[in-house]
Write a protein that binds this ligand. Structure first.
Ligand SMILES: C[S@@+](CC[C@H](N)C(=O)[O-])C[C@H]1O[C@@H](n2cnc3c(N)ncnc32)[C@H](O)[C@@H]1O
Length: 382
């Protein structure tokens, strides 16, 4: 156990992190400390609500100034909020998962609509997001559990919590404004920082490793495919040339290299020259598309009858993955079209409620520029 800016961390080897908002959780969880490989998370009556959590993070209640400051600084305006809430079709006694909890902008609205046995499980892999969300969801602590993990682990997390089916899952993909604006995280080309870009800082590989260790061909593919940058080839060439002198360590060093790889006329005419390359490196580092692709079928399988999966994407490749997956689950039959009856036996799991994605209104885009590229798609289980 160690203290960090007023918070207490309980480390239990090899398992997942679970953050618990209850004020008396510290006392209840002290039993976990005697067994370093297994944690028991108990509710007020001493009932086990979760086991085998890798590290349980509790913040001490009562005027934690550092934490309050942290929460104030977690600025992120939830995108397509009303549309998501309508899309999830919240039942007060239902069970919902926010797989990309962030600052709990969407989750707080979901939690406020729950009552009785209603539950919200919030998942995020970023420790700062987990801390901020814990504060935001504290008024709803009886209905919420926060798990620090990757949403690709959703099945295991639900098993851990003894939940066999859920009524709704929300994913609001990408990074939060807070992560982008936080200088030390290295996500932004506007701040000089070490090349990091990890959402989960327990991971060893950073953006620095990609920039300095990928071959020119690999860099080209990443920047072209995930950044859709027309100058990907030249940017990759410049990166490889620059790192022959010394490793590329910071965001501003990378900015300089990218600028030199883009013709001056284009540099002036379009947005920041580094925007697409930074996005590409972030997507590659955090394996964002791979994780999404692997998780969608699992999430649909976890839905209860009439349960809904709502996904907000910000990148054309993300949207394509969601669109194709929803289409496949709506019509999985692989029989040739001229077969009179289906012989493959694959049955639809539900239907898309959004044949075309829901887009933010002009007013929302005017207020929040991050909303401009957002697309919401919704799938309903049979
Ligand atoms: C756009 S923000 C979500 C904001 C949130 N909906 C709100 O309104 O405050 C995305 C969040 O998802 C998290 N995230 C992204 N990919 C993830 C993944 N595969 N597993 C868990 N968390 C993820 C990021 O760390 C970030 O905090």
């Amino acid at each position: 156990m160690f203290k960090e800016s007023g918070r207490k961390w309980f480390e239990v080897q090899q398992l997942e992190l679970l953050y618990y908002t209850r004020p008396d959780a510290e006392k209840l969880c002290s039993a976990s400390m005697t067994n370093r490989r297994k944690a028991l998370l108990l509710d007020r009556k001493g009932k086990v609500v979760a086991t085998s959590c890798s590290s349980i993070f509790l913040h001490t209640t009562g005027g934690d100034a550092a934490m309050d400051k942290e929460q104030q600084e977690f600025q992120h305006v939830p995108v397509l909020l009303e549309e998501c809430i309508r899309g999830l079709n919240i039942k007060p006694e239902g069970t919902y998962v926010d797989g990309t909890l962030g600052g709990a902008g969407h989750a707080a609205r979901v939690a406020a609509l729950l009552s009785g046995s209603g539950r919200l499980i919030g998942i995020d892999q970023d420790a700062d997001a987990v801390a901020a969300a814990g504060q935001r969801l504290a008024p709803y602590h009886e209905h919420t559990v926060i798990v620090r993990s990757n949403y690709r682990e959703i099945r295991g997390i639900m098993e851990e919590l003894n939940i066999s089916g859920v009524d709704g899952i929300l994913l609001d993909l990408g990074v939060s404004s807070w992560q982008l604006d936080c200088a030390g995280r290295g996500f932004s080309y506007r701040e000089d920082a070490m090349l990091d870009m990890r959402m989960d800082d327990r991971q060893e590989k950073t953006a620095r490793d990609i920039v300095n260790c990928y071959s020119e061909q690999e860099l080209y593919h990443v920047i072209r495919d995930y950044g859709e940058d027309a100058f990907a080839k030249n940017i990759a060439k410049h990166i490889v040339r620059a790192r022959q002198d010394k490793p590329i360590e910071t965001t501003f060093e990378l900015n300089g290299i990218i600028q030199a790889a883009i013709p001056a006329k284009v540099r002036m005419a379009k947005g920041h020259p580094s925007k697409k390359t930074f996005q590409a490196i972030r997507i590659e580092l955090n394996r964002e598309l791979e994780v999404l692709r692997e998780s969608l079928d699992i999430m649909i399988d976890l839905l209860n009858p009439n349960g809904r999966l709502c996904i907000i994407t910000f990148h054309s490749l993300e949207d394509r993955i969601v669109k194709q997956n929803f289409r496949k689950n709506e019509n999985p039959c692989t029989c040739p079209p001229n077969f009179p009856v289906c012989v493959c036996g694959k049955k639809p799991k539900g239907s898309q409620l959004t044949k075309k994605p829901v887009l933010p209104s002009e007013q929302e885009c005017a207020k929040n520029s991050r909303a401009k590229s957002a697309k919401l798609r919704i799938f309903q289980k049979i």
